[in-house]
Design a protein around this ligand. Structure first.
Ligand SMILES: [Zn+2]
Length: 408
């Protein structure tokens, strides 16, 4: 088995404090040692930091060909219509777009992805070789009207038969994504959560993304009623009289792992519930959140309460790129009081926990996969700590290792 010994100015194991002038040893595809100090055979990577490969907990790579995010940003339902139009009018097949998205993620340091897919195409692309990031591929299910339920249940059921032969070696897992409360019939939602529970598979759902979504459920009015009416799908009897967004959050606690994506408008009751349901993670998408001009995200309040908060880019329909590194730098710029170590943890180990893969990836820990990003640091003064330098505006991801092999 090939042995690689790498030495850098800083090493961020994440599960323990940063190490200055430290070594990471790799045996084959796994990490075999991490320590401060030197080794006579070490390859000196110079003024760099070795961090775990980044984990992008929420993408839709099928939109990776978009040059710019779609508009308008308000009302949100107009943006949804732009997304539907973009999907409908696109004549090219989705494989090249997904491939482009995978490449963009990888080049910016991402070695593991939580991907929402509308077909099995991405499953096969993630399985193609060892140089493609690990992934949890969530099959998206959509259908607000009652006559779509059985079709979507069948799609979900059949998805689990598509598990690729390389799933274990490439670390690929399958999950389900009932899209959102305004696009999935409540019975279909519960049925999909139930199917995921039977399959011991994770679920990802867009939840509490807008105030309009909460109003739609509680008052059966607003822009989502207008949109569904225009689409010929609105029937007020579909939603129970006293239904709340919380009714979509609560069933996720029955799963071994679930992702509540966005959670921009989670209130105190939701946060208290999440505190007692450690199997549910929240995925905060910082630049997408910013793009729509939402009220401040409660991510820090959640972390203080012990809730696992992972980071996602979401798609290029709401973000200029798919770089998780750029998300972390955005957080550093906008939350200067927060330690860069915590921001890095959100973009690595918290993502691994959210996707149920923390035994394999997410930190530089002996026995985990040798997935790492090499960050070029600015010169900085002698007294600068690695944490000061890591997410500095001049720092950038220079190289990426996946399963023990450099990919660029
Ligand atoms: Zn999304």
């Amino acid at each position: 088995m090939e042995r690689q010994i790498l030495k850098a100015r800083w090493v961020f194991p994440v599960e323990r404090p940063p190490l200055e002038h430290a070594v990471v040893e790799v045996e084959g595809s796994h990490i075999s040692a991490v320590y401060a100090g030197d080794h006579p055979q070490a390859v000196d990577l110079g003024n760099t930091a070795i961090v775990p490969g980044l984990i992008n907990a929420h993408t839709h790579l099928e939109f990776s060909d978009l040059e710019n995010p779609l508009g308008p940003v308000a009302p949100f339902t107009d943006w949804i219509q732009s997304v539907m139009k973009s999907r409908f009018e696109s004549s090219t097949s989705i494989e090249p777009k997904i491939r482009k998205g995978i490449q963009e993620c990888l080049e910016s340091g991402t070695t593991c992805i939580g991907e929402i897919a509308t077909s099995v195409a991405s499953l096969h692309l993630f399985a193609q070789n060892q140089q493609v990031p690990h992934a949890v591929v969530f099959r998206e299910c959509l259908g607000f009207s009652v006559d779509r339920i059985s079709e979507q249940e069948r799609i979900a059921d059949q998805f689990f038969e598509e598990i690729p032969d390389q799933a274990e070696s490439h670390l690929i897992q399958l999950g389900l994504s009932p899209h959102a409360p305004y696009s999935v019939h409540p019975d279909l939602y519960l049925s999909l959560v139930n199917e995921a529970r039977n399959q011991v598979a994770p679920v990802a759902v867009h939840l509490a993304e807008t105030q309009a979504e909460l109003d739609f459920l509680e008052r059966k009015q607003g822009p989502f009623v207008k949109l569904l009416t225009e689409l010929g799908l609105w029937d007020p009897n579909i939603l129970r009289e006293d239904v709340r967004m919380f009714d979509y959050l609560a069933p996720l606690a029955e799963l071994t792992s679930a992702l509540a994506v966005h959670g921009n408008y989670f209130g105190e009751t939701d946060i208290e519930f999440l505190r007692q349901a450690p199997q549910i993670s929240v995925v905060y998408c910082p630049r997408t959140h910013h793009y729509f001009g939402h009220t401040p995200h409660p991510w820090l309040r959640m972390i203080e309460r012990g809730i696992n908060v992972a980071i996602g880019t979401d798609s290029r329909a709401s973000n200029p790129d798919l770089s998780l590194w750029n998300e972390l730098q955005f957080l550093r710029e906008n939350f200067s009081e927060i330690s860069p170590d915590l921001i890095l943890e959100c973009g690595t180990l918290a993502g691994a926990r959210a996707l149920g893969l923390s035994q394999e990836v997410g930190s530089l820990t002996i026995g985990k996969r040798a997935d790492l990003a090499l960050v070029q640091l600015p010169d900085g003064s002698k007294s600068s700590t690695g944490s000061d330098l890591l997410l500095n505006a001049q720092s950038h991801v220079a190289r990426v290792m996946l399963n023990g092999g450099w990919v660029n």
